[in-house]
Design a protein around this ligand. Structure first.
Ligand code: TMP
Length: 234
């Protein structure tokens, strides 16, 4: 597939057109941001890891019956994906209390939740990704009722599959954020699955192996990304 003009540049990826209107090429950057772009930095080699890891996860989920935007990895940083219309919702699944959940509800980080939870934020940098519920999403016409049902079912299915996968390599999947897109009327999993968008804790030591090391200035950021990548690759 031929890389043509740049269509968009986000905080962590660039998107390029191709000769086929149904496909785009994403290019993963080493740029890292947190707190809606207020904190900026670079995580050396992150783009390569997040690209390759996301594609491995998408391929894995496809074998489990989850439709994704993944098509073909072109290089270390570049992948052909379906050109979807992104549903402007960040879909967050949690298994263990951490981050904003711990803060909002006064639950210590690390408390295993009695059941997995789902929450939605409105994907809007200008508004700081405010939390909303399904009724807000319908009222604001962000998605249809049917799409929301599909997204919820897919998100919990992804959680079951990823939790089991990571357990097998000694990692607890604490929480993660998904994005979905519309492709010829069908909802598919899009964006990425990486240490930028998931919390991964070592099952034994509970060491944080994700972007919280950057967000919270814990040091060892690159090492954490490498460790996750190494374990996935056996
Ligand atoms: P939170 O506890 O800060 O709400 O984050 C929940 C999960 O979502 C965590 O795994 C990190 C991920 N996340 C993103 O991928 N993008 C974001 O902008 C935010 C705030 C969180």
């Amino acid at each position: 597939m031929e890389k043509r003009e740049q269509l968009y540049e986000g905080k962590a990826k660039k998107v390029f057109a191709t000769e086929n209107p149904d496909y785009v090429i994403v290019s993963y950057k080493d740029d890292a941001t947190a707190f809606n772009g207020k904190k900026k930095g670079t995580i050396e080699g992150k783009g390569v890891i997040n690209n390759t890891m996301s594609n491995m996860m998408f391929r894995y989920l496809e074998t489990k019956g989850v439709k994704t935007h993944f098509e073909e990895q072109l290089s270390e940083r570049e992948t052909v994906v379906k050109k979807v219309e992104i549903v402007p919702l960040e879909v967050i699944i949690r298994n263990v209390a951490a981050g904003s959940f711990s803060k909002h509800y006064g639950v210590p980080e690390g408390k295993v939740l009695a059941a997995p939870t789902i929450e939605f934020s409105y994907k809007s940098d200008a508004l700081d990704d405010p939390l909303l519920n399904e009724y807000h999403a319908l009222a604001l016409e962000l998605a249809t009722k049917e799409e929301i049902e599909t997204i919820k079912a897919m998100a919990f299915k992804v959680n079951d599959e990823l939790k089991a996968f990571f357990k097998g390599i000694g990692i607890d999947l604490i929480d993660f954020k998904l994005e979905f897109g519309r492709f010829h009327g069908e909802i598919v999993l899009a964006d990425e699955i990486s240490p930028d968008t998931c919390r991964f804790w070592d099952s034994v030591t509970h060491e944080k192996l994700d972007k919280d090391r950057f967000r919270r200035d814990l040091g060892g950021v690159e090492d954490a990304y490498s460790e996750i990548f190494k374990r996935i690759n056996g």
